[in-house]
Design a protein around this ligand. Structure first.
Ligand code: ZN
Ligand code: ZN
Length: 335
């Protein structure tokens, strides 16, 4: 099979590999679509203690084409979305219901072969059958599952006013999820005009450029201030926009070594909550419900559908001017 392999930092090769076989309790999936995500960029750059060589790709949907022994309830021919988190189920974190913090954490496309290949093998329990969606849509189940975990962490209250920094693919998913999970309106901030336009089309109350006066729209501050930018300065600025009792959600992936200044007194005196959210935690079914019910739109978020050969231009996007301000790039290894 054809697979894209990160052989060393900043080196991606298309290789001919032996197709994996479904072992006990596993299924093999013929990959329909795999989304490119910021994590893939970090792995490509050699961060996250990447164990190379690696076939990346963790936002995977495809059709089961082989069912290993010991698997019940799944059949060949079923379209499934894959939860990439492979947890041991036994350790302290798993027993506390924190699979994404498993002490023996493995993940498809992060520590194990992922979806930028024609075939991928996964534990059967990580495969969720999908109804009424294309593989391209189902590939959003993973990032949207991360959004679902973020909302379980955030617990928006009915009638909340939200301010969201960042209208990239994940920001636009978070925005839509906020709107069906308690937020009455979401004001979006993003520097790119096309992204602001898309945010409005997908239900944003207002879409502002950075520096435009957001607090004019909520004079007492926003109940929720969220970011999907990974920009430390944005996180640093968030408390300024929060109402008394407000919740701040850090959803973007900032550089590991970044530091910001916050006022502990301000957090204390205004009853603010600072909330982090990492990966997904059994929340992929929530994402599928949002997708299958049509409440979260993903088709407008797709900017590119490329064969495996196109992965390099998505990862080394700085060298490819055509990729500037791209939204979600989907790789279709069997197209
Ligand atoms: Zn991702
Ligand atoms: Zn574990």
């Amino acid at each position: 099979m054809k697979a894209a392999v990160i052989t060393q930092p900043k080196t991606l090769r298309l290789e001919e590999l032996e197709a994996p076989q479904a072992g006990f309790g596993q299924v093999r999936v013929r990959v329909g679509a795999t989304g490119v995500c910021g994590t893939d960029l970090h792995l490509f750059e050699g961060h996250f203690h990447a164990r190379l060589p690696l076939v990346p790709g963790h936002e995977i949907a495809g059709v089961i084409d082989q069912v290993g022994p010991g698997v019940e309830g799944l059949q060949e021919g079923q379209l499934v979305a894959l939860d990439p988190v492979v947890a041991c189920g036994q350790c302290w974190a798993c027993r506390r219901g924190q699979r994404q913090h498993c002490l023996h954490f493995q993940a498809l496309g992060v520590t194990q072969a992922g979806g930028f290949a024609q075939y991928v093998v996964a534990p059967a329990q990580n495969a969720y059958p999908v109804r009424g969606l294309s593989a391209a849509e189902a590939a959003f189940a993973e990032p949207l599952g991360c959004v679902a975990w973020g909302l379980l962490r955030l617990r928006p209250e009915p009638g909340s006013q939200a301010l969201l920094f960042g209208a990239g693919p994940i920001g636009l998913l978070l925005m839509q999820a906020l709107l069906i999970s308690g937020a009455s309106r979401v004001v979006v901030v993003d520097p790119v005009p096309e992204r602001r336009a898309l945010a409005l089309q997908l239900g944003a109350y207002r879409a502002l450029a950075p520096g435009e006066p957001a607090l004019d729209l909520a004079p007492h501050g926003f109940d929720i201030v969220a970011e999907a930018t990974g920009v430390p300065a944005v996180v640093e600025a968030m408390p300024r926009f929060a109402a008394v009792g407000g919740k701040l959600l850090v959803f973007g992936v900032a550089p590991e070594e970044a530091r910001i200044q916050l006022s502990p007194y301000d957090l204390f005196q205004r009853d603010l909550s600072l909330i982090g959210s990492f990966s997904l935690n059994g929340t992929l079914p929530i994402a599928l419900e949002w997708l299958e019910s049509g409440r979260v739109q993903v088709k407008p978020l797709v900017s590119h559908r490329l064969p495996l050969e196109g992965l390099h231009q998505a990862l080394a996007y700085k060298e490819h001017p055509g990729m500037a301000h791209s939204l979600k790039v989907l790789i279709e290894p069997n197209a």
